[in-house]
Design a binder for this molecule. Structure first.
Ligand code: ACO
Length: 326
C-alpha cells in the first residue's frame, strides 16, 4: 500500500510586516535581520484571525486540489504551538469549520517539526489500514506569543498555515519514509515559559515577568539545528538507499537562511536544489514546510519520479525528515 500526497494548500494573513517597519518597533535594522537570518518580511494575523482561520483555509485548499470532500476525511492532525485555546483541540474547531463530520481530529505538539511528526503519524494510520484519507495541517499565529519588545526573537517569526491530504492508494507518487527524533535534554533552550501548569496564565507573575512569550538561546539552537537536520536527512537517505545527489529538491524548515545553507552544505545539496521562502514569511514553525510544499507544488517545480526531502528541527528538541517520490 502506498501513501500519496494528493493535495496541498496554504493560507497566509494579508498583513505584511517588513524589516523596515520592525526598525520602528525595536532596536534593529533591515541589514542585521537580512544578513543574520535572510528574512525580509513576515505575515501577521489581523484581529479576528486565529490559528483555526488559516488552518481551515489551508485545509480547504488542499482538499479541493485532492478532489476530496470534507466528509470523506478520516482523520485531521493539526500541528501547532499556538492553538486557539488550550482545549479543545484546534483540530476539532477546524473539523467543525470544514464540515469534516466523519473525521477524528486531534492536535499534535512538536513545535517546528510538528508537520513532519504529523506526516509520520498519518503514515502509520494509512499503512495499517486505520484510515484512508488524512488531512495534516501545520498552523501558527506566533505573533501572539512573541515578545514585541525583544529584538532577539520578534524579528524571526511569522503567521500562516499549510496543509496536505495524504491518501492510501496504489501507484507512484509515494511517501517513501518518515523519521522522527526527540531530545528532551534541551527543552529549555527554546520554549514558552508561561500559560501551562508551571506558570499559569492566571498567575500575575506570569504576565509581570513576561513569561507568556517565546524565549530562546539562539546560538545554541542554531548549532543543534544544523547537526540534527543533517542527522534526520541522512537517516532518510540511508533508509532508502539514496545519496544526496539523488535528491531533486530539499525543503528544510524555514527558520534561518544560515541554518538552511549550513545544513545543505553539510549534506552536499547545492542551492539550485534548495527551496526557501523564509524571506517572505519568516519562521512559521510547523507551518513552514507545508507552506513551502504548497508553493513548490503549485509552481510545478517537481516532476514525476523526483525525490523530495523535507527536514525539520525545533523546540523539544524535536526533529525529523520525510522523503517523497513525487
Ligand atoms: N537586531 C539587531 N541586533 C540584534 C538583534 C536584532 N534583531 N537580535 C540580536 N541582536 C544583537 C545581540 O544583542 C548581540 O549583540 P551583542 O553582541 O552586543 O550582545 C548581537 O546581535 C549578536 O547576537 P547573537 O545572538 O550572537 O547573533 P547570531 O548571529 O547568533 O544570530 C539568531 C541570532 C538570528 C537568533 C541566530 O542565533 C539564530 O538564527 N538562531 C537559531 C534560532 C532559530 O531559528 N530559532 C527558531 C526556532 S528553532 C527553529 O526553528 C530551528
Amino acid at each position: 500500500m502506498n501513501v500519496r500526497i494528493t493535495g496541498t494548500g496554504s493560507a497566509l494573513p494579508g498583513k505584511i510586516l517588513t524589516n523596515a517597519e520592525l526598525e520602528r518597533l525595536v532596536d534593529t535594522s533591515d541589514e542585521w535581520i537580512t544578513t543574520r537570518t535572510g528574512i525580509k518580511e513576515r505575515r501577521i494575523a489581523a484581529e479576528g484571525e486565529y490559528t483555526s482561520t488559516f488552518a481551515a483555509e489551508a485545509g480547504r485548499r488542499a482538499l479541493e486540489m485532492a478532489g476530496v470532500k470534507p466528509e470523506e476525511i478520516d482523520l485531521i492532525i493539526l500541528s501547532t504551538v499556538t492553538p486557539d485555546f488550550p482545549f479543545p483541540s484546534t483540530a476539532c474547531i477546524v473539523q467543525d469549520i470544514l464540515g469534516a463530520t466523519n473525521a477524528t481530529a486531534f492536535d499534535l505538539s512538536a513545535a517546528c517539526s510538528g508537520f513532519i511528526f504529523g506526516m509520520s503519524v498519518a503514515e502509520k494510520y494509512l499503512r495499517s489500514g486505520a484510515a484512508r484519507k488524512i488531512l495534516i495541517i501545520g498552523s501558527e499565529v506566533l505573533s501572539r506569543i512573541v515578545d514585541w519588545q525583544d529584538r532577539n526573537t520578534c524579528v524571526l517569526f511569522g503567521d500562516g498555515a499549510g496543509a496536505v491530504v495524504l491518501e492510501a492508494s496504489e501507484g507512484a507518487h509515494s511517501l517513501l519514509s518518515t523519521h522522527t527524533f526527540s531530545n528532551g535534554s534541551y527543552w529549555n533552550l527554546l520554549y514558552q515559559p508561561g500559560s501551562g501548569s508551571r506558570n499559569p496564565a492566571t498567575d500575575s507573575h506570569t504576565i509581570d515577568e513576561r513569561k507568556l512569550y517565546v524565549t530562546m538561546e539562539g546560538n545554541d539552537v542554531f548549532k543543534h539545528a544544523v547537526r540534527a537536520m543533517e542527522e534526520a536527512a541522512v537517516k532518510a537517505l540511508d533508509a532508502n538507499g539514496l545519496s544526496p545527489s539523488d535528491i531533486s529538491l530539499l525543503i528544510p524548515h524555514q527558520a534561518n537562511r544560515r541554518i538552511i545553507d549550513a545544513t545543505a552544505k553539510r549534506l552536499g545539496v547545492d542551492s539550485e536544489r534548495l527551496f526557501t521562502n523564509l524571506q517572505h514569511y519568516g519562521n512559521t514553525s510547523s507551518a513552514s514546510i507545508p507552506i513551502a510544499l504548497d508553493e513548490v507544488n503549485r509552481q510545478g517545480l517537481l516532476k514525476p519520479g523526483n525525490k523530495l526531502l523535507m527536514v525539520a528541527f525545533g523546540g523539544g528538541f524535536a526533529y525529523g525528515s520525510a522523503l517523497v517520490n513525487w
